[in-house]
Design a protein around this ligand. Structure first.
Ligand SMILES: *Cc1c(COP(=O)(O)O)cnc(C)c1O
Length: 395
């Protein structure tokens, strides 16, 4: 007989979802009200404003799509692209590959710019792709590749696209709230994110923002957007500006309470402070891992503080270690994806998960697991190195 489900209390240091703060979970459990209730509509307006702050944009068309990050991705592609368009798609990990899928399903042509998994997007290759394809109307890339833990130079890529009269579609699912992201200053045109990474809300919501240039392209479309649910012209009528809201779908009311609370937390901490916290805890984690004799998979200058790819040492079994962390410490870390499966672990320090106690827990648990598998580790060296890193950051 089935009965109630009580999940274990885990510490989530994987590629998302991240730990959800108690006050966000408390918001989730508040009474459900109607999605056209005036109080809910006021909340929708606040969410839009808080998202504008998080994205650093004045874009009017800034809202949460009622579905996970993948739907935000799809929303950007289906609204901006029309059949016959040419799109330069950068791929240096899993998510660039999904962009290609989206482009082709829109009836557009993807010109691929490929870089090795673990490297950032090559600006020089993108420049060459624009030279070879002057007809390209759009550049698509992933700011923070969660599959590899790599940050690409979004500011330069946006500038390059605009020099070539192209609009930019940018994946910021893992970057929003964790590293610098300036939508207006950089001029990114269609940007999507997710609720469960550095915002540390519950999974299932995708914040998006569209520039004026993007809105103009959407308004001038000749082909209807192939997705009824994600057609921004329709979604705008529901989330839209001053006019009365028209029923489009039922917003996930409680999940939006949670998103709102997580955005209030981000605003109260301040974007710069949150970004600095991610950087400090990343530095301490790396210091600890290296003191344990482990190596990072990505060159220091391209690392994402919120997603740390660690090389699995020779002779150590990936799954055994991860299972032990989960069973003995209620600690989740991520496996490698695609080309990096079995070769790296991905330790996420995203949003509410980016805390000293979690760095300490992760280093302690890994040290124990690696020792059990016969790796020689100097006991306590990792924690001492992490502590020294925090002390140095405070000085
Ligand atoms: C997690 C992630 C996605 C997909 O988000 P879902 O909420 O899982 O659909 C897309 N892009 C990147 C870079 C991600 O990390």
């Amino acid at each position: 007989m089935t009965s109630s489900f009580f999940p274990p209390q885990r510490t989530l240091l994987g590629p998302g979802p991240s730990d959800v703060a108690p006050r966000v979970l408390a918001a989730l459990g508040q009474p459900t009200i109607g999605h056209l209730d005036p109080q809910f509509i006021a909340l929708m307006d606040e969410i839009k404003e808080l998202l504008q702050y998080a994205f650093q944009t004045e874009n009017q068309l800034t809202l949460p799509i009622s579905a996970p990050g993948s739907a935000g991705m799809e929303a950007c592609f289906v609204n901006l692209l029309s059949p016959g368009d040419t799109v330069i798609v950068c791929q240096n990990g899993v998510f660039g590959g999904r962009m290609k899928e989206n482009v082709e399903r829109c009836g557009a042509t993807a010109v691929m710019v490929e870089d090795a998994w673990g490297d950032p997007v090559s600006v020089a290759k993108v420049r060459q792709a624009f030279a070879d394809h002057p007809e390209a109307s759009t550049l698509a890339f992933v700011h923070a590749e969660t599959s590899t833990g790599v940050r690409s130079d979004a500011k330069t890529l946006c500038a390059l696209a605009h020099d070539n009269n192209a609009l930019v579609i940018m994946d910021t699912v893992t970057s929003l709230g964790g590293i610098e992201l300036k939508v207006d200053e950089w001029g990114a045109d269609a940007v999507y994110s997710g609720s469960q990474k550095c915002l540390s809300s519950v999974p299932g919501i995708s914040p998006v923002t569209f520039s004026q240039r993007a809105v103009e392209r959407i308004m001038a479309r000749e082909h209807k957007v192939q997705s009824w649910f994600l057609d921004m012209q329709l979604v705008m009528g529901y989330w839209g500006g001053e006019t009365k809201r028209a029923y489009h779908h039922t917003a996930p009311v409680n999940a939006l309470y949670a998103l709102h609370e997580s955005l209030v937390m981000l605003r109260d901490e301040g974007l710069d402070a949150a970004i600095a916290r991610h950087a400090r805890n990343h530095d301490a984690l790396v210091a600890g891992l290296e003191a344990m004799g482990l190596q990072m998979a990505v060159a220091a200058e391209h690392r994402l503080p919120q997603l740390n790819a660690v090389c699995i040492p020779e002779g150590i079994d990936d799954a055994t270690v991860r299972t032990q962390l989960l069973q003995d410490y209620d600690l989740e870390i991520g496996a490698g994806l695609g080309a990096l499966a079995g070769k790296t672990w991905r330790v996420g320090l995203m949003g509410h998960s980016s805390r000293r106690r979690n760095v300490v827990l992760c280093l302690t648990a890994l040290e124990a697991a690696l020792q059990q598998q016969g790796l020689t580790v100097e006991p306590g060296a990792a924690l001492r190195a992490a502590q020294a890193s925090w002390t140095a950051a405070e000085a």
